[in-house]
Design a protein around this ligand. Structure first.
Ligand code: KG4
Ligand code: ZN
Length: 364
């Protein structure tokens, strides 16, 4: 995807520090909205957190602060441009861990101020939502399944900056459920790829597990009960052989699939009521969209409903700065620029008008 920028391109530097990836990237957007990814540098911090069994916010913020300058320099160099040639600076301003967000946003503000360039404070969820514009040239409207470590939502992407939330999780996010399941089975973090790998050789039908929310009229999600059911089955089968772990992973992944596909089928029906014949595309984004089994199921579901399925390439499903730069470029093209006092926001729903869902708490 990396190519040379053209003369009339807008170049945007993106910075991502909302969780445990420090990332910087440069994208080019031409006046017709065509995208080119010029560089994307991602440094994962998992080594810093592995002894603690999860991401430690204070350690994450310090790790971002230590390497962000270097990551930005690498991204600009890889793009073959100078910082002075960049037209705008975009940084993830939320939702996420406040310490990390401040590191990235303050760095972006400093660069914007020093070079007298516009700042775009990007919603991390909007960046996941728009990534298919960068990778597939796909424009809204489309229906989006956003599945990451912190969020699980179905959204109608009407336009840039215009989202309607159709569904959310009433407890755990899907990535969180993968991570907790991996942890209780003694598998390495991040849990999603570990569970997917073990599931590939497992028998999904051996352990009885629930299909949470399946058949419910509202298209919301729930994964806490499924994770607890895996814990019970694991206790009953202990001590666990590799075969037991593989079968539990396969059973968990199959239950997730059936639940997610059922929820998405409901959401497609609701989206059709809203968009009618304008609904042509079904998109998945976020870290969990890297799961090959889920991608396969979602592709079939989309086809069954006469929709085309799109998901970013695996490398751009998880957190990265290319998506931040691209969301920044899209907003910049519409004149959506932020002041230098733009705040970092630990919570920042894409659809602030969405009705409250009982139990949804911070994940709404
Ligand atoms: O989007 P992301 O990188 O960070 C957040 O914004 O949260 O998503 C990270 C999540 C983690 O929970 C990770 O376990 C999950 O995405 N994940 C996967 C896979 N790869 C990453 N889940 C299932 N299958 C995968 N292959
Ligand atoms: Zn994310």
């Amino acid at each position: 995807m990396q190519t040379e920028p053209k003369n009339n391109d807008t170049l945007v530097l993106g910075i991502e520090t909302s969780c445990d990836e420090t990332a910087a990237a440069v994208v080019a957007r031409d006046p017709d909205g065509e995208a080119r990814l010029l560089s994307s540098v991602v440094r994962a911090q998992w080594e810093h957190h592995k002894d603690f069994g999860g991401v430690v916010p204070e350690i994450a913020a310090r790790a971002h602060a230590e390497c962000l300058d270097e990551i930005i320099r690498m991204a600009v160099k890889e793009a073959g441009v100078s910082l002075a040639e960049v037209d705008a600076i975009a940084a993830a301003a939320g939702p996420g861990l406040i310490g990390g967000l401040i590191v990235g946003l303050v760095s972006a503000k400093a660069i914007a101020l020093a070079l007298n360039k516009p700042l775009i404070a990007v919603n991390h969820l909007e960046a996941h939502a728009l990534t298919v514009g960068l990778t597939d040239g796909l424009r809204p409207p489309y229906l989006l399944l956003l599945v990451s470590g912190g969020h699980t939502q179905i959204l109608l992407v009407r336009d840039v900056a215009d989202y309607t939330r159709i569904a959310t999780t009433i407890d755990d996010a899907l990535g969180e459920a993968f991570d907790k399941t991996a942890k209780l089975l003694g598998l390495p973090q991040p849990g999603g790829p570990s569970v997917e790998e073990f599931a590939a050789t497992g028998d999904a039908s051996r352990f009885q597990l629930p299909r949470p929310m399946k058949g419910r009229a509202e298209p919301h999600f729930s994964f806490a009960g499924l994770k607890t059911a895996v814990r019970h089955r694991a206790r009953e089968a202990a001590p666990l052989s590799d075969k037991d772990v593989a079968d539990l992973c396969a059973g968990f992944q199959q239950a997730v699939m059936e639940s997610v596909l059922d929820r998405c089928q409901h959401a497609i029906a609701l989206a059709r009521e809203e968009l009618g014949d304008d609904l042509h595309h079904f998109v998945a984004a976020g870290g969990v969209a890297a799961n090959h089994v889920l991608r396969g199921g979602l592709t079939s579901l989309a086809e069954h409903n006469g929709l085309t399925f799109h998901a970013p390439p695996i490398a751009l499903c998880g957190d990265n700065a290319a998506m931040i730069a691209w969301a920044g470029a899209e907003r910049h093209s519409r004149g959506l620029i932020d002041d230098l006092d733009a705040p970092a926001r630990p919570r920042w729903p894409l659809d602030a008008q969405a009705p409250k869902v009982r139990g949804a708490g911070v994940k709404a």
